[in-house]
Design a protein. Sequence first.
Length: 159
Amino acid sequence: MAKIAVYPGSFDPITYGHLDIIQRACEIFDKLVVVVSDNPQKKSTFTLQERISLIKECLKDNSQVEVGSFSGLLVDHLKSKNVKVVIRGLRAVSDLEYEFQIASMNRSLYKEVETVFLMPGEDYTYLSSSMVKEVAALKGDLKKFVPPAVEKALRQKFR
Ligand code: ADP
């Protein structure tokens, strides 16, 4: 049976850090579904459609990855798709408390779910979508942090 995992997140926008985690997950799982959270309570810079399009553009050559979205509880989405594995990235110890809380809550809502934490390459341990947006707003160089399509979208957003 194919091993499938879901990688949920805001991806506002996708960075090389997210892509590093996706690459690593693809080494372990047969199929990875990247799902963008559609949470009206969390204000995002890019719309849901923009975030999905950018991820699709960055992963167009990777046939192992599918891109989708979810709203509401992640565990309800997992149940509806019959997937039990969630991928999350851990950059530093500072991520752990938040990630531990989410993973524990998800497990208490859906006891079969397993969260697999992957560490990015060390070049990406400091990278986050919000840092990238700050650099973009201040017209800094983005090449090391995001693929060209995302860089272009950030330039337009922060013009
Ligand atoms: P969320 O709002 O769900 O935290 P993010 O898009 O910020 O959405 O992050 C999604 C997941 O990707 C989280 O597990 C986060 O820790 C991970 N992640 C984000 N940036 C990086 C990075 N540079 N390296 C590794 N993991 C990362």
